[in-house]
Design a protein around this ligand. Structure first.
Ligand SMILES: Cc1ncc(COP(=O)(O)O)c(C=O)c1O
Length: 305
């Protein structure tokens, strides 16, 4: 049998007597992941503020291509990155906030990031969950689709492969047929299928959100999660987190996915005009607590809040 042990020399040397079989939970990471983390530190030390040219010009486009190839997505620029999938959940759900609870169709087999967060949202009346039981496994896909047929949810969220049991959902194409920018959003957690089995989402790429990360089967290490956002659903006007950022046509492609201070409009950063913070509760709070923060950033945020 072919051995790949030489690719894992650091993880194996760290605990020589250990025999590690976990499919779920923590994988041993290959030496390449350590080299990658160290290279990113070295880039930061060497390039300092110029590192972003490398990050956005080389590292992210290459990473987008790898993820898109793996999932058979037609356009790598629909891929965004964050440290974890929880952040993507927050972006998707806050895009749908309304003055009534969002109807969510999910399962009783979801991972903690979604299970716990969605329970808190439900307590606060922001969403209302309907659950499809994973068991009996043999009928799971049919039962999930039947629940969707009976009442198409506003957000259909489930794992492609369940983290506890390895149960696979086989109805992605039918589920995707319900999706539309103004109606149902379909989001799949791929954490346990990505790089664990062949994944071809080419037929549904324009309709489903796909998220996963590097912590498990991709063996990339910590802090690397991705989201594929279908173009129509990811329009800036629909995402409350995105809405405050770049709105000019030239940047529209980026603004669907990029958030945080990377996405601030240049014209706002450069603007000298006095701006009111009254409508920006988070930053009003920060100022009261005495954090001066980055005034350029605050100006831009306040303006577009
Ligand atoms: C099914 C599933 N989703 C998501 C995650 C990771 O969640 P997060 O990136 O929010 O830490 C895991 C990790 O264990 C998982 O098993």
């Amino acid at each position: 049998m072919k051995s790949y042990k030489h690719l894992f020399s650091r993880a194996l040397a760290a605990s020589p007597g250990r025999i590690h079989f976990a499919a779920h939970s923590h994988h041993l990471w290959p030496d390449a992941s350590c080299e990658g983390h160290v290279a990113s530190w070295d880039d930061a030390a060497l390039l300092a503020d110029r590192k972003w040219e490398k990050v956005f010009g080389e590292v992210i486009p290459e990473s987008q291509r790898h993820v898109a190839d793996e999932l058979h997505l037609p356009d790598p620029t629909t891929i965004a990155f964050t440290p974890n999938t929880h952040e993507f959940l927050s972006r998707i759900f806050t895009s749908k906030w309304n003055n009534k609870p969002i109807d969510v169709l999910t399962t009783d087999g979801e991972f903690h990031a979604f299970r716990r967060q969605s329970a808190r949202w439900e307590e606060r009346g922001l969403i209302k969950r309907r659950f499809v039981a994973c068991e009996p496994f043999g009928t799971f896909t049919q039962r999930y689709l039947a629940a969707m047929r009976e009442q198409p949810a506003e957000i259909a969220f489930l794992s492609h492969v369940m983290f506890r049991t390895g149960l696979r959902f086989d109805g992605v194409e039918e589920l995707a047929s319900y999706a539309s920018p103004e109606g149902t959003w379909v989001a799949l957690d791929l954490y346990h299928s990505f790089m664990a089995m062949p994944c071809d989402f080419s037929k549904v790429a324009d309709r489903v959100f796909l998220m996963g990360g590097g912590y498990k089967y991709a063996m990339a290490g910590e802090n690397a999660a991705y989201l594929h956002a279908p173009r129509l659903c990811a329009a800036p006007s629909q995402n409350r987190l995105v809405r405050r950022f770049r709105r000019d046509g030239r940047q529209a492609r980026r603004s669907r996915l990029w958030q945080g201070w990377f996405a601030l409009p240049r014209r706002d950063v450069r603007s000298d005009r006095a701006l009111s913070f009254q409508r920006c509760p988070a930053h009003v709070g920060a100022r009261r607590r005495g954090h001066r923060g980055d005034q350029r950033t605050l100006r831009g945020v306040a303006r577009n809040w």
